[in-house]
Design a binder for this molecule. Structure first.
Ligand SMILES: [Zn+2]
Length: 463
């Protein structure tokens, strides 16, 4: 980083009055609440969520005096910071209060216990440090510091923190959106978690890349079931239900969904082309010409392959419960992530066609969603976001991209055309593995930049 870049960064910090150390302590405090979402929501950690609510109230007094606070379905939070200009469309900053559980038996592998909320060695450690209590606390820190500086928004600013994102946001973010929609709200833009600043990501690009998601893939889970088995395992038939199901799964694996470059991925390469070294500059800048080459390159690793096709992942298998009993029926559950351009209907039809066996019954289960609409990387709202990123992180390249995982923000497409997903945190591939994994942590300085980003964004877009 050059000297002038350091000065820019110093200026943003001073402008926003970020207290990174105090903020790190408060993030650690938030991590101590075990706001865990489990697939079975019946034993929801209600007390933990209410404890976190109270902690936020106590930690951000100015915010709670100035903003209007509502709970939605008991545990999600919606804050309204009323702007002075009723004509200006509001903006919405989002994150979620819940975290994923720590996989059983892995607790001892953590450097600091996952819910201890420890600040040590320049990091805040614990479950949620990156996904995404850093966002919740970061947004609150930013608002608190803006209030301390006497800032009053022209545009209304909403803050929404759901309680069930990790189990698809059905009663949190979706209900918050219903509430805003029922009041006739139209939002200028929505910013949720999603992309990061990848410090080691892109071939041929010598600088970190801030990946701002302009779309996310759809989500669908299908059960494949074969019935009509049963009997004694000493006298098995030649053709078993398990074999029939296994053959169906093999056919799905042999015939993956076709690969293609969607508009968000094309837009990403166009943005990278401007900063890439030769020969990448030429390849990225001529995506149409090089698409067969690009598709082959992207197909090589699962993470980039997921950007170019609808994926099919077998996740659960069920058969007999006893080693010497033939199963009455067998079932495989496959989780699909749907590429923009495909739909739940079209991918279900293709799965049935590829399976090609009427004895394998295919049914949808649980929550599902089509791919999100694609937000406009040429819009003034995207430009404001990109400029804010550049002002706080002067060394990075900003590029749009396609999110392969689901976020709460997808619920908001019906009240905003510009929905973006970006968490302003520098990450390498090691950090990525910590999300939902062991030793989740965020650097204290990194966290300070995150707060500076949110404060700068509110000033730029709502001031
Ligand atoms: Zn998350």
């Amino acid at each position: 980083m050059t000297g002038s870049e350091h000065r820019v960064r110093g200026r943003e910090r001073k402008l926003t009055g970020v207290d990174a150390k105090g903020a790190a302590r408060r993030l650690a405090g938030a991590i101590r609440f075990r706001t865990i979402s489990r697939q079975d929501q019946s034993n929801l950690a209600r007390k933990e969520f209410l404890g976190l609510h109270a902690f936020l109230k106590k930690s951000y007094p100015k915010l709670h005096r100035t903003l209007h606070r509502e709970t939605v379905n008991d545990l999600s939070l919606l804050y309204t910071w009323k702007g002075s200009d009723p004509q200006a469309e509001p903006i919405l900053l989002m994150a979620h209060l819940d975290v994923v559980p720590v996989e059983q038996g892995t607790e001892p592998n953590w450097t600091h216990p996952p819910f201890s909320g420890t600040v040590a060695g320049g990091f805040v450690w614990g479950r949620g440090a990156l996904d995404v209590k850093d966002g919740v606390i970061g947004i609150m820190e930013a608002v608190e510091s803006l209030l301390a500086a006497g800032f009053a928004p022209k545009r209304t600013v909403y803050l929404a923190f759901g309680h069930d994102e990790e189990v698809l946001g059905g009663s949190g973010a979706a209900a918050v959106c219903d509430l805003l929609a029922s009041r006739g709200a139209r939002l200028a833009f929505v910013l949720d978690e999603g992309g990061f600043i990848r410090t080691d990501g892109m071939p041929g690009v010598p600088r970190p890349v801030a990946l701002v998601s302009v779309a996310e893939k759809g989500y669908l889970t299908l059960d494949l079931e074969v019935r009509g088995g049963g009997g004694h395992s000493g006298m098995p038939p030649r053709r078993t239900v398990a074999g029939r199901l296994a053959a169906a799964l093999c056919r799905l694996e042999k015939r993956p969904f076709p690969a293609r470059l969607t508009p968000p991925v094309r837009a990403m390469f166009r943005a990278l082309a401007r900063e890439a070294a030769s020969p990448y500059r030429y390849v990225y800048g001529n995506v149409r010409l090089f698409s067969p080459l690009m598709l082959a390159m992207l197909a090589r690793t699962p993470s980039s392959d997921a950007m170019i096709r609808t994926t099919v992942a077998p996740t659960m298998l069920e058969g007999s419960g006893k080693e010497n009993v033939m199963p009455q029926s067998v079932r495989a559950t496959v989780n699909l992530r749907i590429l923009p351009g495909d739909t739940r209907e079209s991918v279900t039809a293709r799965v049935k066609k590829v399976v090609g066996d009427p004895g394998v019954v295919v049914t949808a289960r649980g929550q599902s969603s089509d791919p999100s609409p694609i937000s406009d990387a040429g819009s003034p709202e995207y430009a404001a976001l990109a400029e804010t990123i550049a002002s706080v992180f002067p060394d990075v390249v900003v590029a749009p991209f396609l999110m392969v995982a689901a976020t709460d923000s997808r619920h908001f497409a019906r009240i905003s055309r510009q929905v973006f997903r970006f968490n302003p945190v520098r990450m390498d591939s090691g950090d990525l593995a910590r999300i939902h994994g062991t030793d989740e942590r965020i650097g204290v300085r990194n966290f300070g930049d995150l707060i500076a980003f949110f404060a700068a964004l509110v000033r730029r877009t709502a001031g």
